[in-house]
Design a protein around this ligand. Structure first.
Ligand code: NCN
Ligand code: DMD
Length: 379
């Protein structure tokens, strides 16, 4: 077993690029510093894992995608074989979106706060899947348009992000504060021992900003990235398409500036998720991405740090067309495709057994030598 130490330039626990001090919304996010703090996964551990895969009692390559996953996990942990995942944490970033009031969803905006309560009560899909699959759930209210319990609302930047077809989702200061909050949440979770992070989302209307961000960051037009979200009808589809088109036009104008992209066409929940994803990478913690919202946040994260993508796997493929476009741009291949379009982190959780299977097979199978099994026929 190799246990390769982290490279010396690896930032200390919690120190990566988060500006110190009170400052509130005025403290800037130093994106260059954050990007520098994201290092590559451990190549030594990856090589050792690949070699061990080759020595296990199975035809070479016969565990398919599990082999690649095990190597990825070894690289992220800096250990071959990788350790079992013991503290898998889903963080659901919740927020309302002004665009929902334009009639782009099949459900009313008050569902966001009601579902936050449902997740906290342990009765939502993510709660059930987390219990079933061995994970725990945290909710972070970034912009729910209602009061939520103090332990959930500590990072809240406002009640509802702006209506992105006609105004910015957030001020620059709010976008920075939300991004930094996501970084801080990642730090808190890693410091508490998380060995795998899953971003989840809850917010009526959030597939509209997700489509907008994906459209501008992958250079696709509104109709191509548009999806039916919670299940909208054709009339609502037309309204949503115009909203996505208009918000994309506004967001395209700030494309070179990732934080401004989040401020103009995103929202507080997505901004926090982007900060969370990049900081997870800076803290050398693997991530299973969920659906179209985390895909959009990941695209912004990729703009901040292209290396961050090495720390992420695509848990699943959502039915939202923007999700496939985002994953293509991230060069990620989804682990499962079960037609989910729920968010909350549910699709990513479905992939967790695959990751556990990848870890266990690499760690626990015998080698040809240990088991006295003959290797490939010579010649
Ligand atoms: O994860 C996905 O790909 C996904 C696809 C469609 C809908 N959702 C969830 O549904 C809500 C957004 O849908 P909508 O139609 O209100 O934009 C939000 O709470 C998301 O978590 C999520
Ligand atoms: C009920 C409901 C639950 C959700 N979970 C995530 N998005 C959702 C949207 C709705 C409408």
């Amino acid at each position: 077993m190799t246990d390769t130490p982290a490279p010396p330039e690896q930032p200390e626990h919690g120190a990566a690029a988060a500006p110190e001090g009170a400052g509130g919304a005025t403290a800037l996010v130093d994106l260059d510093r954050l990007s520098q703090s994201v290092r590559r996964p451990d190549e030594g551990a990856r090589t050792a894992a690949r070699e061990r895969q080759g020595a296990l009692i199975k035809p070479a390559g016969a565990l398919g995608r599990l082999e690649e996953l095990s190597v990825w996990l070894a690289g992220a942990q800096g250990a071959s074989p990788p350790r079992p995942l013991e503290r898998v944490r889903v963080v659901v970033f919740a927020g309302d979106h002004g665009i929902a009031r334009a009639g782009v969803s099949a459900y009313p905006p008050e569902v966001t706060a009601q579902m936050v309560a449902g997740i906290l009560a342990g009765s939502a899909a993510v709660s059930v899947l987390a219990r079933t699959l061995g994970a725990s759930v945290r909710v972070v209210d970034m912009a729910v348009d209602a009061d939520t319990p103090p332990e959930v609302s500590a990072h809240k930047v406002r009640r509802g992000s702006g209506r992105i077809d006609v105004e910015d989702a957030l001020t620059r200061g709010e976008a920075e504060a939300a991004f930094r909050a996501g970084m801080q949440v990642a730090d808190e979770e890693v410091d508490a021992g998380a060995d795998l992070l899953v971003p989840g989302d809850m917010g009526i209307g959030n597939t509209t900003p997700a489509a907008v961000l994906t459209g501008v960051l992958t250079a696709n037009d509104a109709a191509t990235v548009m999806g039916r979200g919670t299940g909208i009808d054709d009339r609502t589809w037309m309204v949503k398409c115009a909203a996505v088109r208009d918000a994309m036009r506004r967001t395209r104008a700030v494309l070179g500036d990732p934080v401004q992209v989040l401020a103009t066409g995103g929202g507080a929940d997505i901004a926090a998720m982007a900060g969370f994803l990049v900081q997870a990478a800076a803290r050398r913690t693997p991530v299973l991405l969920d659906g179209v919202v985390s895909g959009a946040a990941a695209l912004v994260g990729q703009r901040v740090s292209y290396r961050a993508v090495d720390w992420w796997q695509a848990g699943h493929l959502s039915t939202e067309p923007a999700h496939r476009k985002a994953l293509d741009r991230l060069s990620l291949v989804p682990l499962v495709d079960q037609g989910l379009r729920l968010g909350e982190g549910t699709g990513a959780l479905l992939a967790l057994p695959l990751l556990r299977a990848a870890q266990a097979t690499l760690a626990e199978m015998a080698t040809f030598e240990e088991a006295g099994v003959s290797g490939p026929a010579a010649g």
